[in-house]
Design a protein around this ligand. Structure first.
Ligand code: ADP
Ligand code: MG
Ligand code: MG
Length: 888
């Protein structure tokens, strides 16, 4: 028997089922599943994703044995639906739809009304007694087939319909008469012939085969490849093709089409949420051509259909135990379901839905924890507009994706990409009439998106929600004037590059920058986090340099500080002068004098942080960056003059020192532990400040757990030297105060040598903290600040699967980490009989996939920036729950 390439669905049966997403694609699997649970679905069949793979292996040809299977499945559809494909009196028409295992909205093209020809359009007109409908369907087919399968510009067809409406003096497509549409078909066919070089095919089977090929071809179209890249989708076989009997929403006023979510995808509220259009087909609802009606209104217009739809909503949720995104069509009062899939949602909605479904008894706590994509929590951690700030709302659109965004207005996605390449830190607001799949790269880079047309299911809304990006759509008061590079909002002009603020939670639009405030953790968010913590094994700490950050992180559940960078404290307005004085000093005496001025500040900082972290460990890293970072650059004469005046020296002296300190490769220069080895008094001062602060806080009755971390250790000898000195200093402080505090001395592991020599280092270190930013730089020999020139090519050419500064490079850097942990732990145990505490404090500590890695290699904790603490907590819980059930 040959391989089964084609899976039929229809009536109440199906060859496949909902679990076969890999094989049938999400759309095909769910169409099959809906049939088997008794939901009305037009019959059809799915050609598998394996056929797509074979198509490409075959030099873009279908495997031979697929064709008879297609013919056979078509016969079953004909029998089920009671019409014949290619019949000229009462033709069966079909849609040809793409659908991969993961949903890729708008990425691949659907062709509707396939099978219509000059002959059968007449039959359809007669049979339905509705020539207007017949010709409308035909002109749509020529357009969709032409642009999707044959590469005709959709604009060329649009131009014709536009002209036609102008000639007839009408505004809406639906105002065109049967005769108008008949004429339009003639013109569309002419466009087709001109662009394709042959007539529109009059053989339905030929149409079908071309359309199937077109779907397979779209799998490797530019848009699809771009989407997969951004969403990091890899390892799929291809797309499936679904061929399905057409039902018509454009047969008049008792017909229509709609899209809906079983719960609000913005807020997660348990309400039916969506849009529909009367007398419309397919993508009309989402294309922003006509403004759709809210779903509740269907209850007034078609009460029976609405009731049935509400019933299906409940059935689907009960069956899938998940919020669904559905498509339906009503043909002359009869309801058909055309698609269901788990709905994309904001992080806010994801959390609320997961928590409420537990309360409704649909799912259990660990399923809820597994279901929320950690990165999507970003949404709940989005800044909100400062409630205290004066806000002048100039216009309002549809709230499509929550959070507030202030950004420089740019009018095209290309402009966003170009601008970001040069100024990656500029916040940008992309403002467009509507967005399309071509825009995704620019949308990804923008802080927020504002469109003047489109509804809750428009491309911009769906994509923004998926990414957790603030978005307002359908703001009709926004007029875009690309030619003059400006927009007007409710009559007020804003030039490209000027600021506009949107509030994606309310739909408000404001001109200018509006201050924002950080979010807080409460309600469902807190509940989900509690559930996550129950199964989590990794501890989550934070990187924080100030008491305020430490307190915020604690509020988000941080269990200590994994990295407190002391150099950030050196830059304070009142301290930098003393720091510079220290650097410029030519003798130890001079340095000590300057350091004495810094010490009280440093101590006060630590007091604040220890107090905020009462009862939790605090890892403080000794000074790390090269000293020249604290001096004015040589082209900054003004700055140098100021410094000279401040500390009583000359600018010549300053620049001489700048010259002396100049390094060709600062990343590998005179920094980290090399500083206190050469200038021991710097380390002494820092250790004194730490221990004295700890004593002071302890005396106030609080519990302090300082961990002194020495950066950039490569050999154990470095550590031996510095540790001896630190212990002596600490002992001296404690003797002087007459109080003891517990403290630990450990090291950051950020050099490949340290990983390899970890056994030796662990004999001296009480803890390891992997500094994976430097470790990645040093392992690859890439400077993180200089990868712009080649990293994009590396990613495009798949030399690297992902930027290693974003997610740990498992097979290189990751292996070094494993070696370091294993050697370190074994040797610590052998020599001291104790457990070596291991954590990570690089940027990677807040990256969900890296967190899973940290769990798998047995680290004790991860440390990340305060706002990523909840993300890391959730990722850590998912790592210990095993596989994750995230909706991508
Ligand atoms: P996408 O993957 O972009 O959602 P779909 O394959 O779902 O594309 O099709 C696009 C539109 O065409 C949808 O609105 C869908 O409802 C409509 N459609 C698809 N197949 C049929 C059909 N057999 N009858 C009527 N409408 C259809
Ligand atoms: Mg589509
Ligand atoms: Mg769809």
């Amino acid at each position: 028997m040959s391989t089964k390439h084609v899976y039929f669905f229809g009536g109440k049966t199906a060859d496949g089922n909902g679990k076969q997403k890999e094989l049938l694609g999400g759309k095909g699997a769910n169409l099959a599943e809906m049939c088997t649970i008794g939901i009305p679905v037009p019959p059809g069949f799915t050609i598998t994703t394996e056929v797509c793979a074979a198509y490409y292996d075959n030099g873009k040809k279908l495997p031979e044995d697929a064709i008879p299977q297609i013919d056979e499945a078509m016969k079953k559809v004909e029998a089920t639906f009671g019409k014949k494909f290619g019949d000229t009196t009462d033709p069966l028409l079909v849609s040809v739809r793409s659908g991969a295992a993961l949903s890729m909205p708008g990425m691949m093209n659907t062709i509707l009304n396939l099978g219509l020809t000059d002959a059968s359009v007449e039959g359809l007109a007669k049979k339905t007694g509705n020539p207007r409908f017949a010709y409308d369907s035909y002109r749509r087919l020529i357009d969709m087939f032409g642009s999707t399968a044959m590469g005709v510009e959709h604009e060329h067809f649009e131009h014709e319909i536009h002209e036609m409406k102008k000639e007839k003096g009408v505004k809406l497509d639906t105002d065109l008469t049967a005769d108008d549409l008949k004429e339009l078909v003639r013109r569309y066919k002419a466009v087709y012939k001109k662009d394709v070089g042959e007539d529109f095919p009059q053989d339905p089977k030929k149409q079908l085969m071309l359309a199937i090929n077109a779907v397979f071809n779209s799998w490797n179209g530019k848009k699809a490849i771009e989407y997969r890249r951004i969403e990091r989708i890899t390892g799929l076989k291809g797309t499936a093709v679904n061929v399905q009997a057409m039902v018509f929403g454009n047969m008049g006023n008792s017909s229509g089409t709609g899209v809906a979510f079983t719960r609000d995808p913005n807020t997660g509220e348990d309400v039916f949420y969506g849009d529909y259009l009367i007398n419309a087909q397919g993508e009309d609802v989402v294309a922003g051509i006509r403004t759709p009606e809210p779903i509740a209104k269907l209850g007034e217009e078609m009460p029976k259909v609405y009731e049935q739809l509400v019933g299906i909503r409940a059935t689907l949720e009960k069956h899938y135990k998940e919020m669904q995104d559905i498509e339906f069509t009503v043909q002359e009062g009869v309801l058909y379901m055309l698609q269901t899939r788990s709905g994309k949602r904001t992080g806010t909605a994801a959390v609320r839905i997961a928590v409420e479904m537990v309360k409704e008894g649909l799912i259990d706590e660990s399923t809820a924890v597994k279901r929320v994509n950690p990165d999507s929590l970003n949404h709940l951690l989005q800044p909100q507009l400062d409630p205290k700030s004066k806000v002048e709302v100039v216009a309002q659109g549809i709230a499509a994706s929550p959070g507030a965004a202030s950004g420089m207005v740019l009018l095209t996605a290309e402009a966003v990409v170009a601008h970001s390449e040069k100024n990656p830190n500029d916040p940008i607001l992309l403002v467009r009439k509507e967005t399309s799949p071509e825009d995704v790269a620019g949308m990804h880079l923008a802080k927020g998106i504002l469109t003047s047309t489109g509804g809750k299911a428009s491309h911009a809304a769906v994509v923004a929600r998926g990414w957790g990006k603030p978005c307002v759509v359908g703001c009709e008061a926004v007029k875009i004037d690309e030619k003059n590079q400006q927009i007007t909002i409710a009559g007020k002009t804003v030039k490209a590059g000027e600021f506009v603020t949107i509030n994606g939670t309310t739909g408000d639009v404001m001109i200018g920058k509006v201050p924002t405030v950080p979010p807080s953790m409460s309600g469902d968010f807190a509940t989900l986090m509690q559930w996550a913590d129950k199964s989590r094994k990794l501890k989550v700490r934070t990187n924080a340099d100030t008491p305020a950050d430490a307190a915020k992180a604690r509020e988000f559940g941080a269990e200590g500080i994994g990295l407190c960078r002391t150099e950030h404290m050196f830059f304070g307005k009142d301290r930098i002068a003393a720091v510079r004085e220290m650097i410029l000093a030519t003798s130890e005496e001079g340095r000590k004098k300057a350091l004495a001025k810094i010490e009280p500040f440093q101590k006060a900082d630590f007091v604040g942080i220890f107090e905020a972290m009462d009862g939790l460990p605090v890892t403080i890293r000794l000074l790390d960056p090269p000293l020249h970072e604290f001096l004015p650059q040589k082209d900054n004469v003004r700055g140098a003059e100021e410094v000279a005046a401040q500390i009583g020296t000359t600018i010549q002296k300053i620049f001489e020192r700048v010259d002396e300190l100049h390094e060709f490769n600062p990343m590998m220069g005179f920094r980290g532990c090399r500083l206190p080895i050469v200038f021991p008094e710097i380390g002494d001062m820092q250790v004194r400040a730490i221990i004295e602060a700890a004593i002071e806080v302890k005396k106030k009755g609080k519990s302090v757990l300082p961990e002194i971390m020495i950066p950039l250790i490569g050999t154990v000898e470095e550590l031996v030297l510095l540790k001896k000195r630190a212990i002596a200093t600490a002992e001296e402080c404690m003797a002087k105060a007459g109080t003891k505090v517990e403290y630990q001395i450990g090291t950051m592991i950020e050099l490949p040598r340290a990983c390899i020599a970890a056994d030796k280092i662990a004999e001296e270190a009480e803890f390891f903290s992997f500094g994976t930013n430097d470790l990645t730089q040093m392992t690859f020999g890439f400077s993180r600040d200089d990868i712009k020139g080649f990293m994009p090519t590396y990613l495009k050419e798949k030399i690297l699967p992902i930027d290693p500064f974003q997610t740990i490079d498992f097979s290189g850097v990751g292996e070094l980490i494993k070696i370091g942990i294993q050697k370190g732990r074994d040797s610590r145990k052998a020599k001291h009989g104790s457990h070596l505490k291991v954590g990570i404090c690089g940027e990677h500590g807040g990256d969900p996939e890296s967190v899973v890695f940290c769990h798998n290699v047995g680290m004790d904790y991860v440390s990340c920036s305060p706002f990523r603490v909840p993300i890391a907590r959730l990722a850590a819980a998912q790592a210990s729950l095993g596989e994750t059930a995230r909706d991508k």
